[in-house]
Design a protein around this ligand. Structure first.
Ligand SMILES: Cc1cc2nc3c(=O)[nH]c(=O)nc-3n(C[C@H](O)[C@H](O)[C@H](O)COP(=O)(O)O)c2cc1C
Length: 345
């Protein structure tokens, strides 16, 4: 167990504004990672190796994108026992994101609403941080790099941003995630529709082939999708993924639905809802994906995991791997171990 129980840390952090608590925690991790003081939060990693998309994962629990947008805490977060860590979303240029406040806790529902809007330092700073990370990957951890588009880039030119992101992160990634499902960048989710998705994936797969030839290594590419899709849309996405030879799908991002939190304080804030209320909708999308994709196509399940049992429900729905974000805010590092143990065969 880590040296400081999360039951002691959480009341302090929850007394702060959510984004302030987030920044404070990341600053501390960035400063103390790879030093002896990492023992404050470090825990032994559960060993449960599995090969997915040609990558060997030391266990099936990963950190979802968006917690470490600038990739500055890869080693420190990895020390919580994750089998894989996904950092980003990174955009080609740095951008401030939306006006504050833009992150809200809904503690009665173990949920968050955020409308951060891809606040990040941009590709150059991100890559400098990623290059500095060492202990997590040296210990066999898998690193995913998640790319998106700048808010100022017109949606017609979105492909340019994704191509720039892909080329930049390619040499440093174990896998690359193409994020087209944040509700906080205008029109972004329109890229999930039929022709737009076909064009985007076509361009990315062609560039990936070039990069693989030049660098002698084919890096798996995953697509991250929203939970707010109907079954017909999921089927079209599944067919498009297969047609273009994508290596996996991450389901799901946050939801714009408020059905599960009606009447709670902050429930009507604009943005993406995450945590316990998205579990059912995310699992439904995973189930639809599995049925449309058939066995063998990698699915990373994410959304609403707050316990080992929740993690198990994603595997039962058809996922191969599981990620957490909001659960880590509410349950702390012990969730990583609980979930990994619940999945160990
Ligand atoms: C504050 C916050 C910021 C997020 N930022 C990103 C992001 O930059 N890129 C991304 O792909 N997903 C982002 N997500 C979505 C999470 O990765 C995850 O898909 C979603 O929150 C559902 O999982 P959860 O219920 O375990 O949080 C963000 C989520 C939260 C709560």
């Amino acid at each position: 167990m880590s040296l400081v129980p999360y039951a002691l840390t959480r009341p302090f952090l929850f007394g702060l504004d959510p984004e302030q608590a987030h920044e404070l925690t990341l600053d501390a991790i960035a400063r103390l990672q790879n030093t002896p003081l990492q023992c404050l939060w470090a825990q032994a990693r559960v060993s449960d190796p599995v090969t997915v998309a040609g990558l060997r994962f030391p266990n099936r629990i990963g950190l979802a994108a968006g917690l470490d947008k600038n990739g500055r805490c890869i080693d420190g977060l990895g020390a919580m026992g994750f089998g894989f860590i996904e950092v980003g979303t990174v955009t080609p240029k740095g951008q401030p994101g939306n006006p504050k406040p833009r992150m809200f806790r809904l503690p009665q529902a173990d949920a968050l609403i955020n409308r951060l809007g891809f606040n990040n330092l941009g590709l150059d700073a991100f890559l400098a941080n990623v290059r500095r990370a060492r202990s997590f990957r040296a210990a066999g951890g898998v690193l995913g790099l998640n790319i998106g588009k700048n808010a100022a880039t017109p949606i017609e030119n979105a492909t340019d941003d994704y191509l720039a992101g892909l080329a930049g992160v390619y040499p440093h990634a174990d896998y690359v995630t193409v994020n087209i499902s944040s509700p906080n960048t205008r029109n972004l989710r329109a890229l999930q529709s039929d022709e737009a998705l076909d064009a985007l994936l076509g361009a990315l797969v062609a560039r990936r082939a070039e990069l693989a030839r030049l660098q002698g290594r084919q890096v798996p590419m995953f697509l991250k999708i929203a939970p707010d899709l109907d079954e017909a849309q999921v089927q079209v996405i599944a067919a498009t993924l297969k047609r273009h030879g994508l290596d996996g799908v991450i389901a799901t991002n946050t939801t714009i639905s408020r059905d599960a939190v009606k009447g709670l304080p902050h429930a009507e804030e604009a943005g993406g809802l995450s945590g316990r209320p998205v579990l059912v909708a995310s699992n439904a999308v995973i189930r639809q994906l599995r049925s449309a994709l058939g066995p063998g196509f990698p699915i990373v399940g994410v959304g609403g995991v707050l316990s080992g049992e929740d993690a198990r429900s994603k595997i039962d729905a058809g996922a191969d791997l599981v990620q957490v974000y909001t659960g880590l805010i509410y349950k702390g590092p012990p969730l990583v171990r609980d979930a990994a143990l619940a999945l160990r065969r």
